[in-house]
Design a protein around this ligand. Structure first.
Ligand SMILES: NC(=O)C1=CN([C@@H]2O[C@H](COP(=O)(O)OP(=O)(O)OC[C@H]3O[C@@H](n4cnc5c(N)ncnc54)[C@H](O)[C@@H]3O)[C@@H](O)[C@H]2O)C=CC1
Ligand SMILES: Nc1nc(O)c(N)c(N[C@@H]2O[C@H](COP(=O)(O)O)[C@@H](O)[C@H]2O)n1
Length: 208
């Protein structure tokens, strides 16, 4: 987890899906890193490490206004989280959606409404997500899950340039979430393997 927190300092944005936000209520910050003089901070958050922008793919604005990401932002301990969504396709859901938008904005969230439709599974097109983020100054993104979002990033014309896999000696059983992907773009070559305590970390890059 400490390595994950180091990696978070190396990116402009850290992106997750709403499934992960609802299940784990993550903070997406660097709190497990060794303490440092806060005066070294240049990010205005009383944090000596670079904090990535939290980005949540949340098509239907299901994020809770009381989640830790918004709480941390309100307390000056994190950057404003951005939620990427699209407008509801059915007009009867519009009022409810606008109410959720208002509540989330009031809690501090930045809402980015894509001008493109999500697909029938509620997935936003990753190329449009990355385009809008790039225009807002996010030039490197660390995708931390979950499975559906990772699968989406491996679809045709995958923008992924490195995968970091942590293998823990734990059996997840039948309820474990599969990361298997079926596109040719999922062919990656391992370039480095390190062991940290009980965990093994493998870095992979796209096969040329
Ligand atoms: N072991 C690990 O390292 C990690 C595990 N997880 C686990 O993953 C689980 C959540 O995974 P999932 O249920 O797969 O949800 P997810 O976190 O991948 O979110 C999926 C949701 O994101 C939205 N979305 C919008 N655009 C999308 C797109 N282009 N592609 C995919 N989704 C898009 C949709 O509403 C979709 O239902 C959690 O239980 C969490 O604990 C999450 C992160 C890391
Ligand atoms: N990338 C990664 N590596 C690990 O070893 C992990 N255990 C996780 N878990 C995910 O991290 C999130 C919670 O962390 P924070 O509260 O944001 O620090 C959560 O989404 C877990 O699924 N990830």
């Amino acid at each position: 987890m400490i390595m994950t927190h180091w990696m978070r300092t190396m990116h402009d944005g850290i992106l997750i899906g709403i499934g992960t936000a609802l299940n784990d209520d993550p903070q997406l910050n660097t709190r497990h890193l060794p303490s440092r003089d806060p005066n070294l901070s240049e990010n205005g958050h009383n944090n000596p490490y670079h904090l990535p922008r939290p980005i949540i793919l949340d098509t239907n604005l299901r994020l809770s206004p009381t989640c830790k990401l918004l709480k941390n932002y309100a307390e000056g301990k994190g950057r404003r989280p951005w939620i990427v969504c699209s407008e509801p396709t059915e007009t009867e859901h519009k009022v409810e959606w606008l109410n959720r938008q208002t509540a989330l904005e009031k809690a501090g969230a930045g809402i980015i409404v894509l001008q493109v439709r999500h697909n029938s599974d509620g997935y936003l097109p990753i190329s449009s997500v990355l385009d809008v983020l790039h225009k807002r100054g996010i030039h490197s993104v660390m995708v931390e899950g979950g499975a559906q979002v990772i699968r989406s990033f491996f679809a045709t014309n995958s923008p992924v340039d490195t995968i970091i896999v942590t293998i823990a000696p734990t059996f997840v059983g039948e309820e474990g979430i599969s990361y298997i992907v079926d596109s040719d773009n999922s062919v990656f070559t391992p370039v480095s393997t390190e062991t940290f305590g009980r965990d093994t970390v493998v870095a992979l890059v796209p096969t040329k």
